[in-house]
Structure formats: structure tokens, C-alpha cells
Ligand binder design. Sequence first.
Ligand code: DGJ
Length: 692
Amino acid sequence: MIEFDPQHRIWLLSTPATAYALRLDEDGTPRHVHWGRPLTLAQAAAVPRFRNPADSSFEHPRADETELPVTGFGPSALQVRFPGGAREIEWRSDGHVVDGGHLTILLHDRHYPLAAELHYRVHEDSDVLERWTVLRHTGTGAPLELSRADSASWSVPRLRDYRLSQVTGAWSSEFRLRREPVPGGEIVLTSRRGISGHHVNPWVMIDDGGAGEEHGEVWSTALAWSGSWRVTLHRSPAERLCWTGGFGHEGVAWRLEPGESLETPVFAGLYCAGGFGGTSRAWHAHIARHVLPAGSELRPVVYNSWEATGWAVTEQGQKRLAALAAEAGAELFVMDDGWFGARDSDGAGLGDWVPNPGKFPAGLNPLIAEVHRLGMRFGIWVEPEMVNPDSDLYRAHPDWVLHQPDRRRTLLRNQLVLDFGRPEVTAWAHDWLDRLVSEHEIDFLKWDMNRAFTEAGRPGSGDPDRVWTDHVRGVYEVMDRLRADHPRLRIEACAGGGGRVDLGVLRRTDEAWTSDNTDAVDRIAIQHGYGQIYPARTMAAWVTDSPNFLTGRDLPLRFRFHVAMAGVLGLGGDLLSWSADERKEAAELVALYKEIRPVVQHGVQYRLGEPPLSGVQYVADDRVVVLAWRLPAPFGVSPLPLRLRALEPDARYRDDDTGTVHHGAVLLAHGLPLELPGTGYASALVRLTRLP
Ligand code: DGJ
């Protein structure tokens, strides 16, 4: 998987369907050579060096397409201030190390005490290349100031044009897919909020403007980091595109003390010749195999109490909901916010993680016992990184929050952020979480995070900006310790819905709460964007009440189910207000979901059509599941049929419900006939089995 040509100083990393090559220039700069279709080492050595046709005294002779740009007029991946004022780096090679699919290139500065390791890792069963960097102060004198320390920089071949695909949004409208040309100059995608964020998710896809769902070359990268981040795309005067990315936003700096190292997060990249759909499927497979801690499991059907009760949780109320949830087929009952401290609203109690005695007079165990008696596992909501000023914790430790000297502490949702970069804070968090899980039979934590950082700082710290990265590492550390000590514990990532979904948090969680917006129509777009990178097995989707609490939209129960069944189905409504008929229908649909679940969660996903008629197809071995959703359309307008994908043209497929037998070739060419009566909201679930 990794080859080296000492004569040309070129490394070639090969994955099943792609290759990546870089070389060390005469001046010691690691320079990009190739990222795309497979090449041999000899072919990589023959890739022509980039010549800038518009070369002039206004361009830098050594700047283009380096693996970690420092010099030149594009964005720098690495910005260092050496004692005495030098800012340029002149690399010298210390050789390289290959360990299986892991290549480490070792460099040091010719004069100053800085060493770097450039890491590249490939896997036998994935086309994703993982890259990261380690920087080390090798001297004894003054510290080094780092104002940028990116994980990796990426370059693509010269294309006729460059188009960026990304997902953007806000609370309750996350993951909206956008595709637009990359303008000349630079664009910056970033989060300054302390989390990966609802606004822009930390991935990009690039194509030449002509790729489609199932054709065309797409280059994509995704950052494995759950805090603030920045990716800068640079379309150069010579019409080349490269981008650099890593943790921290502009203005955040690190001080590297003698002997100290800074390791960046992984910035993973994928080249795919199979369009956006192929790109998504390759990410899904990679995340399942190499990112998720328990990616081969099937996720249970959750019931979550949040939309039913808000903060008004009580033992009796939860037991009543649990009885109906079990009847509907839920496998995991999750009690959401409101169970602890003085938590009757968002105004108080965060930080005081003991069951509220008025709501749970005998503690949590009677409820947990009842949930288990009903045959479900028990999960609970926590928000460990936060504190309300109106809490015993804050009264005891006002200095534990992120804050700056002589500055106000801005409240958002009436809460402040605990500084998870302080060891005493992570020790406290680990302690109460560990006790909560050890002293109760808790199988699942919904780990929430409900506000952006402001006034991020730690007075007295010599390196105040470290809070941005230390916080994330603290969160990771607590999650990792809990998982190691409680191997059966499963965790849901949540930040006011999908505000912290990224490859970093997915390495230590099992699913993500996609959005607080549970309106099934809005969810079609949200799920479409989520699934561009992240797999269905991580996409939590509840069926809630109608009209929807947020949008007021009234939707048929089947439609709500059919949308939520495209991911990890859950129930999140006030089941006490549902009629007996609705609960019966819900139970039937949950049972149906359990039957299709292995295909949805572990199958291969194909996106079909576009609104007003769209859907998803999942394929696993000889089974095919199609979920289709039709939005209101004028009478007489006939939406394009959903042409299925990845079937065997010569095979026949039997509809498991109607017995109708379809020819693969006909489904591929003419689409799946669907019963979608009327002109309003309508949906279908079709299960097909390939006949032997
Ligand atoms: C935000 C989450 O996204 C919701 O599902 C719910 O858990 C609330 N927080 C509780 O405060």
C-alpha cells in the first residue's frame, strides 16, 4: 500500500481504487504529486511538475501545492514565529517510517528547533486517506508561537472549473446541501463556536462542475475534530485549487514549550470516480469500519421523552410513557433533560447531577427497573460541559467556566461552558458520570451541548488560547474513559441537534441526534445533507407529534415514519396524546422497521430522485428497501419515476408485500411503480427480494 522511490524521493500510497503521491523537493519541501485514479510508482514519478503559466515576479517560486504550505501567497497551513522573528521554515528530511498502511515523513527545520511528522494512513478496504501532523519544539530556549497548525493541505489536478459542495445551516435547519462554483481568491469555512457547528459541517467536496449523483470525479475531505476549525480554499491565479484545514479558527494561537508536541486532528480525504453517491457510500463504509467504535452493531429503536415532557419529567410520567413506548416496540427508553437538580426550566440546575428528589423520591432506580421490566434498555440525557449560574456547582466553582479577566460572562440559554481543559473539571465530570453509570443500570447517554463558546479563556494560563483545543480533548478523554470502563455503554452525540457531528465525535459515539427539527418534510432535506458523508446507522430520527411543535405542519403518521425509517428510527412524541389507532399503527411500523433495519443500517445507500418525489434505496445482499416520499404537487404533474440503482439487470425482484415480480432491467430503466394516491403528502416503503 505504500511504496517509495528513493531516486525521485516519491512516496505512493495506494488504496483499492485510488492513489496518492507526494515527493520531497530538492529544497526539502514535501510537495503534492497526485491524488486520483491508481498510478504505479513509475507513473507517479512521471507526473509533470506544475508550471505556472502566469509566472511572474508576483508569484512565489516554491509555494505551489506543498503538503503543508508555509511560504507563498496562498493560505499557510503552518504559521510559526521563531524567536528573533523568522517566520519561514526550511525543511530538511529525517527520513520516513512505514508501518503497515501508515507512513510518517520526518522533517526538521534547517536552523530553528522545530520538527514535524507528516502522517498518512491508508486501509486495505477503504479509499479514504487519513492525514495529520505532529509538531515538536526540539530546543531548550524560548517557546515557539504557532498561529496556525493545520492537519493537512490538499490539492486536486487542474480542472476546467471547481465546484464546492458543502452543508450549511443553523439550529434546526442543519445539513442543507449547497453546490456552487469556487470563486477566484479564497473562501474560508469555519466554526468559531467551540463545536464543529450547525452553520457549516467540516467537510468539503470538489468536482469540476459536471459530476452527478452517479458519475464524475469528486475529491472530498472531512475533518475529525469537534471544536472550532477552519478550512481555507484557494483558487490560485494559475487556476489551481488547493485547500488547507485544521483545528482552531483565525486568531487562535498555541505556544509550544521546549520538548512539547502538538498533534493535530485527522483530516481525511477521499477521491471517488463514482459521483456524489459513490463518494457518500465510500465515506459511509469507511466510517462504519474505521471510525465508529461499534459500527457493526444494529442501533436500537429509541423512545425519547423530550418533546413529550420538556423539563416536566417525573417518575410516574416517565413510567406512563415507558409503558406506551414498550407497547410501540421501543427497545431503549431515554429520559431527556429535567431529571436532576433544580432543573424545571433551562434557568437552573445544570451542573447538579443528582436526581431531583421531588421528581424521583427514591432516585432513578425505580424508573430504571420499570423500564427493564418492560423489556427496554435505559438511557439518560446529560450535558456535562455546561453549568447554570443558578446551580450549586457554579456557586462552589465560579472559576471553572471559560472566562476572561475583567470581562462579562455572556449567558446563552442561561448557561456557561465548563472548561474541560482543566484537569479538575474533567475529573469531576468523569467522576459523576462514572458513578451515574456504575450505580444505575444505564446503557446509553445522550451527551448534549447547548451553547456556543464566548469569552473563551482561562485567566492565569500562560497559553490562554489552548482552551479551544483543550476543551475538545477533555470531552474526548471523558468519553473514551467511560467507554473503556463501561464497554456496554453507548453514547449519542448531540449539540442542540446536529451541532457537533464530525469524524472526531463519531470515533467515540454510536449515533448522532441529527436535528431538533423533527418535521418530516424539513427532515428530508436535513437527512439528505447529513447522509452526504455520515452513514444512516448514525442518523437518529424520531417520529414525533403532528402538527409538529416547531413548524406547525400536519403530516400523516406513515409519512413521518417513512422519513424517519431512513436512519435510526426512534419515537419522540407524546404517546399519551396519540389515539389507540395511532399507537397501533405506530407499533406496526416499528415492527416493520425492525424487519428492514439490517438493510437500512448496514446496507449500501443510493439516493433517488428529487422533490417532489425523492427517496432512498438500501441494498444488502439479495434484499432491497426503498423509502419514497412525495411532497404536494399540482394535479396532473407526474414526478419522474424513481429509477432504482445497483440491481442485477437479468435478475428478478419480488415485492415482499404484494408478491409482484419485477425485472431488474425494468426497475433500472423505468423505475419502481409506486402507489402514491392524491396530490398531498404521500410515501411508500417497498421491500424487494432478489429471486435466486
Ligand atoms: C437539545 C437537544 O437537541 C434536544 O433533543 C433536547 O435534549 C434538549 N437539548 C434538552 O435540553
